[in-house]
Ligand binder design. Structure first.
Ligand code: B12
Ligand code: SF4
Length: 642
């Protein structure tokens, strides 16, 4: 499998970009024609042909805080309960506060520690989906006895004012966030806003970017108190109970912080050996309805670790070289848990799901034994699959598989220590097709050895594979071999502006290739597609699209519209007046239409669909109505224990 999680070129304008994310198979458009793609999303989220009646606002006695604008709430605080998961047991799936096997000095009981975790924004082009690592971190904090909320600014608008209101309402002791490199600057800005508003709050970060840039980050950003390096659960289990006593930080492995102006990095922590001891990711804290409305698949991790040594990969450094597997039972328990929220599409995002054939068989058998019906995709390495494995996956509901192919030039594959051959790529693709799987291939442009000739070779190879494919541009992330040993590779890194580390623009140059040449190569692939998109859009405007094309176009427009509703807080606005429109749904539709200026029929059908599915509801307030996003299918609003 391969990183630079490349990909993700999503249709946005409506389909300026297309995608095959190495880490998630997202709605994409086949480069071989207009026939697919976003249509994949469309089939899962068909738009109704006509508008549906608005659902009634349900009675709520919750005190609403302005956290997601209007949709997060303080409630059940009187009881001091923690939020329960759908099973009624502890939300993390454990009946005891501590997963066994993780060292921990104690829990905070009764829970007095309050932790707000922030999901930092990133763009639609990167396929926003429930933040898995943050949910694992949240579950670990809950297991340590803290009261936790997630403030999700991936699917709601971030403003410092909203943050301040949320902090005032919840009064957290600790605020944490994470980021990849490309959205680090946005994430650290939020930490700065936290400190500016309430200097007494302890701020912390985790995740792949800061794990490999900790001293630099702490030196440059005094507003950040502490960084959790690498895998977070075991560290958080020890840290959270003592986090307010700074001298004890020296004794916690796997963190970095400042002490008297010096950055201290404590000894590293070995990987967690038994993943079965971990609490389930705390998805009950997420604004699930918003993610359902958006419609991307939910990621699950069934294992951690990868023995390979691809030089561009940061993931392998995060998770260690030894694959560690969760049991098939626990994996399918989590799958059922995810499906119980209404999701129907899961992305198995392991670094190397196909590392063990026996294990793949166990997971597939367990899915089939329980009769769990859902569609899923997975990433794989071409030299770890065989026809039998692929057939098992298909039988268990897998419909697509993503391969990190990286290059069509064998010399580049070897230099990148990818450990695969072109023959293995061709064979794996052929087997996958025979098994009935849709295949996605992800390439990296700008690896060591790249030249105009190798680019031409890659282009020909990619086309000959006859699969959906996409290019990403090399992004030498902190912690990767390629960044650390850049001088060995005839490459020069042109910027440390982390905003530009999105793998969608060239930020390296070699003696044989300029960044402009790399960008032009990638752009050429998309230009052809953009031309086709423009033609389709013209037909759409004239009402002349064939049915498949219409589905495809509308899925892209719907995605844009829903993301606008979320990221601009268009639903959670000021109270709407109904008197001019008669009914609440009409008032909302009129409001969205005027805010987005999008096609009236599409707006009407999309908004009606969101209402009909219960993702948005309204309540009557003096002078009008308030529309809001529900929390999930069980909890209309998000209850915070106080
Ligand atoms: C699944 C995945 C995705 C999925 C789903 C992400 C999601 N919704 O959660 C999708 C496809 C959407 C995706 C998209 C992208 N991804 Co991605 N992705 C991954 C992958 C394979 C697994 C991540 C994961 O969930 N791991 C499991 C959890 C448990 O681990 P974790 O996230 O690291 O979290 C742990 C710790 O970091 C820590 N922690 C996490 N959060 C917090 C917060 C606090 C406060 C604390 C204390 C601790 C803490 O505790 C957690 C539990 O141990 C990784 C590879 C990898 N192995 O890391 C790449 C990876 C993270 N992705 C990467 C990239 C680049 C991207 C994209 C930019 C795509 C692109 N253009 O290339 C986008 C950006 C989207 C975004 N902002 O996240 C890079 C990041 C490199 C970097 N430094 O930027 C990685 C490392 C792959 C690589 N290239 O090596 N990705
Ligand atoms: S090291 Fe492993 S996870 Fe990283 S790209 Fe290579 S095979 Fe994939």
């Amino acid at each position: 499998m391969g990183p630079v999680c490349p990909l993700a070129r999503l249709p946005v304008g409506p389909f300026a970009r297309y995608s095959v994310c190495r880490f998630m198979i997202v709605p994409y458009v086949s480069f071989n024609g207009l026939d697919t793609a976003v249509g994949q999303l469309a089939r899962r989220h068909p738009l109704p042909a006509a508008s549906l009646p608005a659902s009634r606002a349900t009675k709520s006695n919750l005190l609403r805080d302005r956290i997601y604008g209007h949709t997060a709430y303080r409630a059940n605080g009187q009881t001091g309960q923690r939020a329960n998961g759908p099973t009624g047991k502890r939300a993390n799936g454990h009946t005891t506060p501590f997963p066994s096997g993780i060292p921990h000095p104690g829990v905070i009981d009764p829970p007095t520690m309050k932790i707000a975790l922030i999901a930092s924004p990133y763009p639609l082009e990167e396929a926003p989906s429930p933040p898995l690592g943050l949910c694992y971190a949240a579950a670990a904090c809950e297991a340590a006895g803290a009261q936790v909320i997630i403030l999700d600014y991936i699917v709601s608008q971030y403003t410092p004012e909203k943050l301040a209101a949320a902090l005032d309402a919840f009064q957290p002791d600790v605020v944490g966030t994470n980021s990849v490199t490309m959205n680090f600057k946005g994430a650290i800005k939020i930490m700065q806003d936290v400190k500016a508003h309430r200097p007494e709050i302890i701020t912390m970060m985790g995740g792949p970017h800061v794990s490999f840039d900790a001293p630099n980050t702490l030196t440059r950003y005094p507003e950040l108190d502490l960084i959790v390096i690498g895998e977070g659960e075991a560290t958080l289990a020890e840290l959270i109970p003592v986090i307010q006593s700074r001298p004890t930080w020296h004794d916690i492995r796997g963190i970095a912080f400042r002490d008297k102006g010096r950055v201290i990095t404590t000894p590293s922590r070995p990987p967690i050996t038994d993943l079965g001891t971990l609490p389930l990711p705390a998805r009950h804290l997420l604004p699930v309805s918003r993610y359902l409305a958006l419609g991307f698949p939910v990621s699950i991790i069934t294992s951690r670790g990868c023995p390979n040594k691809c030089i561009f990969c940061q993931g392998r450094r995060m998770v260690g070289h030894k694959p560690r597997f969760r049991s098939a039972k626990v994996v399918v328990d989590e799958i059922e848990h995810i499906l119980s929220y209404g999701f129907t599409w899961i992305n198995v995002a392991d670094d190397l799901f196909t590392a063990s054939k026996r294990r793949v068989k166990e997971v597939c058998d367990e899915i089939l034994r329980r009769g769990v019906k859902f569609v899923w995709s997975a990433f794989a390495r071409v030299n770890t699959v065989d026809p039998e494995m692929l057939a098992m996956m298909k039988a268990a509901g897998c419909d697509s598989i993503g391969f990190g192919v990286e290059s069509g030039n064998q010399g580049i594959l070897d230099l990148a220590q990818k450990g695969i051959t072109k023959e293995q790529i061709q064979r794996a693709v052929a087997w996958s097709k025979e098994a009935g799987l849709r295949v996605h291939a992800s390439f990296i442009v700008g690896l060591p050895g790249e030249s105009p000739e190798t680019l031409a070779e890659t282009s020909a190879f990619a086309q000959a594979l006859d699969v959906d494919y996409g290019y990403h541009l090399l992004s030498p992330f902190p912690g990767t071999t390629i960044k650390e040993d850049i001088h060995n590779y005839d490459l020069e890194i042109l910027t440390e502006d982390w905003d530009r580390y999105d793998a969608n623009q060239a930020i390296v140059r070699s003696s044989r290739l300029s960044p402009q040449q790399m960008d032009a190569f990638v752009a050429a692939l998309y230009q052809e597609h953009e031309a086709k998109t423009r033609e389709a859009e013209a037909r759409y405007q004239q009402g002349q699209c064939p049915p498949e094309e219409l589905i495809w176009l509308e899925a892209g427009y719907r995605l844009k519209l829903v993301f606008a509703l979320l990221s601009k807080d268009l639903i959670d606005g000021a109270p709407l007046k109904t008197r001019d429109h008669g009914d609440p749904a009409a008032a909302l539709i009129a409001h969205v239409l005027s805010a987005t200026q999008m096609n009236p029929s599409l707006v009407q059908r999309t908004v009606s669909d969101l209402i009909q599915k219960g993702y948005v509801k309204y309540k009557t307030v003096p002078g009008g109505i308030n529309w809001y996003w529900t929390h999930n299918c069980r909890q209309e609003t998000f209850a915070l224990a106080s």
